[in-house]
Design a protein around this ligand. Structure first.
Ligand code: SAH
Length: 454
């Protein structure tokens, strides 16, 4: 028997998908039920039935899971940000632990005793030091900031977000007051016209420095000076205001070109005792306190020695490698975004680190070049974006034959795929440590140490 569309069944949620949707089994068939919690017993209406699985909606929770809690956000389950405001943080951590374990054991072939308990975040809210708010017009023609609805480009107007640094709320209000006074047009992606695209905010928590970046579909905006004046007089920690120009028909938020309206165009934060400059286009971990924990874990696993050479692939502004530079003889960083490489070089200088150099380029290409230069890397750290490493890079890393590879990953699935490739080359996973960098979302970071067995 298979489940039928529009029928209602009583069932218990027994698991989550990797996207955080609840899963139950009805007549042996997996049914995906969003916004439910493991342990819920619910009446589930089937919305769509395929041959081997179905999608349902919880019509009525008969017996709520003990993991449930009450969401304190008005737009939860409408906005694409949080997935887990309806279950407590402990339950969320269990989900993340299981997600990493399932991927690494099933796809990566890693034995489960190598996987350590997840390192939790001290703050489950207010941890994000970066906000990118799309701008829109409400029905009264007022400019509003908001958040994209899940899997869509529809903007839900809302000024504050529980995940973000609370200091952003005030900035949003000041900015909107200015934008509405100036009557600046708002970008409409369907017709590719209008000026204001995104309000992009960054905050260096440790140093209390604030960056306001306005992403526009124009080379300049009227009232630029008045914006700077207004922000300056209301925000004592304002360090820089930048206009980012994005005239492309794209859903990439920032354009390549920026013009500084006030300050130096960057802010400086402190991480692992070093100072790092952050430009609008450079990557910087959004959860600063957890980043420190992550880097310390990576450093411990890397087990660096004074005579060794460390290669930091996908280095961004150099944060990982530079935080470990005093433990090694030399450090080489590789990063594809020129502005981030510039930041990395400046970061080295500023912190008086003289044993480092940085290469701007694609990780796979740069690794090949380093191989032809006969580089001997004792330890290689990779920290790629979600899509993971290119397989040719794994081949070249193997040829560079480092004693240890530390893989910092933000996606358990691509991590596990890549770990398998390393294992085929003879590397063995010694330890994997999940780290929760992004509470209330499904995302989870993992640090893996691989080496040849001695
Ligand atoms: N390790 C850094 C940055 C990690 S994010 C940190 O912890 O802060 C991943 C970085 O990889 C980004 O800076 C991104 O610009 C860079 N990147 C993406 N694709 C790349 C590629 N093909 N080659 C080199 N770097 C790349």
């Amino acid at each position: 028997m298979t489940v039928k569309k529009n029928e209602i069944y009583k069932s218990e949620i027994i698991d989550y998908t990797t996207e955080g949707s609840g899963v139950c089994r009805i007549d042996g068939m997996a049914v995906f039920v969003p916004n439910t919690a493991v342990g819920d017993i619910a009446e589930i209406k089937i919305l769509k039935a395929a041959k081997n699985y179905a999608f349902g909606k919880a019509e009525n929770i008969l017996n709520p899971s003990a993991d449930r809690c009450i969401s304190d956000c008005e737009i939860f389950q409408k906005c694409g940000g949080c997935v887990f405001r309806h279950i407590n943080y402990e339950a969320e951590l269990r989900f993340k632990q299981k997600r990493v374990k399932d991927a690494l054991t099933r796809i990566g072939g890693v034995s489960s005793e190598k996987i350590m308990p997840i390192v939790c975040s001290d703050r489950a809210d207010g941890y994000r030091n970066k906000a990118q708010l799309p701008l829109t017009l409400d029905k009264n023609g007022k400019i509003r900031a908001g958040f994209f609805a899940s899997r869509s480009h529809r903007v839900i107007p809302q000024n504050k977000c529980a995940l973000q640094s609370p200091i952003f709320n005030k900035v949003v209000n000041i900015f909107l007051e200015w934008a509405n006074d100036e009557k600046i047009t708002v970008y409409d992606e369907t017709v590719h016209s209008g000026v204001l695209r995104h309000l992009y905010l960054r905050y260096a928590e440790k140093t209390d420095e604030l960056m306001v970046c306005v992403v526009v579909n124009a080379d300049e905006i009227k009232g630029e000076n008045r914006l700077v004046k207004k922000l300056k007089s209301n925000l004592s920690n304002l360090k820089t205001v930048v206009l980012n120009i994005n005239k492309e028909k794209t859903n990439v938020i920032t354009g390549r070109e920026s013009r500084v309206l006030y300050g130096n165009g960057y802010i400086t934060d402190e991480l692992c005792g070093l100072k790092f400059r952050i430009s609008p286009l450079s990557f910087y971990q959004v959860n600063r306190d957890q980043a420190e924990k992550l880097y310390r874990i990576a450093a411990d696993l890397a087990g660096l020695k004074k005579h060794e050479t460390l290669l930091d692939m996908y280095c961004g502004t150099g944060t990982i490698g530079l935080s470990m530079a005093d433990r090694v003889k030399s450090l080489i960083g590789v990063e594809i975004i020129p502005q981030a490489v510039e930041d990395a070089k400046k970061n080295a200088q500023r912190n008086g680190i003289e044993n480092s150099r940085f290469i701007c380029g694609d990780a796979a290409v740069a690794a090949k070049t380093l191989k032809t230069e006969d580089l001997k890397a004792d330890c290689i750290i990779v920290d790629p974006p979600r899509k993971g490493c290119e397989s040719s890079l794994i081949g070249t890393i193997n040829e560079l034959s480092p004693k240890r590879v530390v893989y910092v990953s933000c996606d358990p699935a691509t991590l596990s795929r890549d770990v398998r490739l390393f294992e085929e080359k003879g590397y063995i996973v010694q330890q994997a440590i999940p780290v929760d960098m992004f509470p209330r979302t499904v995302h989870v970071e993992t640090v893996v140490l691989m080496s040849h067995n001695i």
